[in-house]
Design a protein around this ligand. Structure first.
Ligand code: HEM
Length: 483
């Protein structure tokens, strides 16, 4: 290996992390190694190894360097905390994600999707990436804080963009030392974080005051506020812990689902046969009425489409761990301290588990086909004690939003739209995703939320394609997967 390889790998990984990871497996097999900057990275691709890292030997690992850095924004929230503290927090947050709670959030998800469906116009070109991000942000704000997020959306956008500058340098040795210096970008970040904190602490204080007056809301924040650790110390969360969990759920809970939906719209625009079957299903099950949580069990093709979309474009495309001890795998011993990566993108595009892996084929998700594959050949939500706490929330949201929008709309890729992955922290579309909307059925407009008819705020007509520079300067993809 040339002594320049670690530097070359930084450039390769920064330019195209997905291509870099796929290339490592192609060149080296199930256990692949590379030095990226000052990091020794081991990519484990076989489903058995994935299971061992995430579940069987999870105690041999901790989260890694990206999430260490993410603490400056997320504090000790679920994504970033470790050990006993993490388990206690997980017990406290879990009730807010109980099946019945998610069914209650379903109505907000459908209502918000209906507002979007009402706002679109036949023949309009929208950036679906932007549309889905706005929609999932509104949904998480409503379900987490019982709040309308529009007023705070700009603040969040600024905070995320500033955070991106910090995370972009994650492979460069020693860069984290700059985080504490009063440089322009760290000061901008601190200001943005301060504004976000002020908003969240205000909401916490309001909820505590309401509880003191005997008023209970059903939002996630109120659930976390009233949670008590019955299995452990019997205590509840401090304001600081609530702030960290709220910030974590807010950021982790929308970007990923938005990405999944954007890529699904793209795939549907390329596969008229699949789109046709999806439309048949939503017409048959929903007709023109609004979906509810009770419809989820019947929307089986919608689920298959989303499953297949997250196979090809898993939003959290790489999951990182740091080895706490020497860790033997076939052929080598991974040294203590090394970074171990298991990648849904790599394993889910492996022809051994998914023949003709590049083909978009929802039929791979019949119960029989699923049962024939190893469990960890598909793991978009991770596994073990660190598995995504929002997975059922995300399935519910993804399916209801997709079904609701597909009741009324189909989409075609806009002329000149380039499509490529932008694997930063989550798997985004490098050039956005401009799609031309086609209304499936005339006369359905205005059956949505009262007063929403004709509202077009935020819609983008006839968008020009973004330049490479614009694409490169895109917003922060959050939900750090390489930890
Ligand atoms: C398609 C959507 C989503 C995907 C693909 C996804 C994926 C993941 C993955 C892979 C992990 C594990 C990371 C690791 O092991 O290092 C994770 C963790 C997490 N996710 Fe998600 N997620 C999604 C949606 C959500 C939603 C909707 C929420 C909340 C509303 C959420 C909140 C979290 C939290 C809090 C964790 C940390 C859990 C813990 O360590 O205890 N995610 N997610």
């Amino acid at each position: 290996m040339s002594f320049l390889a670690p530097l070359a790998n930084i450039l390769r990984a920064r330019r195209d992390l997905a291509g870099f990871l796929l290339g490592l497996q192609r060149e080296q097999g199930d256990v692949a190694r590379a030095t990226v900057g000052n990091l020794r990275v081991h990519l484990l691709a076989h489903p058995d190894q994935v299971r061992d890292v995430l579940v069987t030997h999870q105690r041999a690992f901790t989260k890694g360097h990206v999430l260490q850095r993410a603490k400056i924004l997320l504090g000790e929230g679920l994504l970033t905390s470790e050990g006993e503290f993490h388990l206690r927090q997980r017990r406290l947050v879990q009730p807010a994600f109980h099946r019945q709670r998610i069914a209650a959030y379903a109505q907000d998800m459908v209502d918000r999707a209906w507002i979007t469906a009402d706002r679109w116009w036949d023949g309009e070109t929208v950036d679906m990436d932007h549309e889905m991000m706005q929609l999932t942000l509104a949904i998480v704000a409503r379900t987490l804080f019982d709040a309308d997020v529009d007023a705070e959306a700009d603040e969040i956008g600024v905070a995320l963009t500033e955070a991106l500058h910090l995370f972009q340098t994650v492979f460069i040795p020693g860069m984290h030392l700059l985080d504490r210096l009063p440089l322009p970008h760290t000061r901008r970040f601190a200001r943005a974080r301060g504004r976000l904190d002020a908003t969240i602490y205000r909401l916490i204080a309001e909820r505590r005051a309401e509880r003191a007056r005997g008023k209970e809301r059903g939002d996630l924040l109120s659930m976390m506020l009233s949670a008590q650790d019955a299995e452990g110390d019997g205590g509840s969360m401090t304001d600081e812990q609530l702030r960290d969990e709220a910030m974590t759920l807010f950021l982790a809970g929308h970007e990923t689902t938005a990405n999944a939906l954007t890529w699904t719209w793209y795939l549907l625009s390329q596969h008229a046969d699949v789109a046709g079957r999806l439309h048949d299903e939503v017409d048959r099950i929903l007709g023109q009425r609004r979906a509810t949580a009770d419809d989820l069990a019947s929307l089986s093709y919608t689920r298959m489409v989303l499953s297949e979309s997250m196979r090809l474009y898993p939003p959290a495309y790489a999951i990182g761990r740091r080895a706490l001890e020497d860790y033997p795998v076939p052929g080598i011993v991974i040294p203590r301290g090394a970074l171990v990566v298991v990648s849904p993108l790599v394993t889910q595009r492996d022809a051994r588990w998914f023949p003709d892996p590049a083909r978009f084929d929802p039929e791979r998700w019949t119960p029989e086909a699923q049962a024939a594959r190893p469990k960890f050949s598909y793991f978009p939500f991770g596994g073990g004690t660190r598995m995504c706490i929002g997975d059922q929330f995300a399935w519910t949201e993804g399916m209801l939003v997709l079904a609701t929008l597909a009741q009324r709309w189909r989409a075609e890729l806009a002329a000149g739209q380039r499509v490529a992955m932008r694997p930063m922290i989550t798997l985004r579309a490098r050039y956005g995703m401009r799609l031309v909307l086609r209304e499936r059925r005339q006369g359905s407009r205005g059956q949505g939320i009262e007063g929403s008819e004709g509202w077009r705020g935020g819609a983008v007509s006839s968008l020009p394609p973004p330049s490479d520079e614009q694409a490169a300067a895109g917003r922060l993809p959050f939900h750090p997967p390489i930890s």
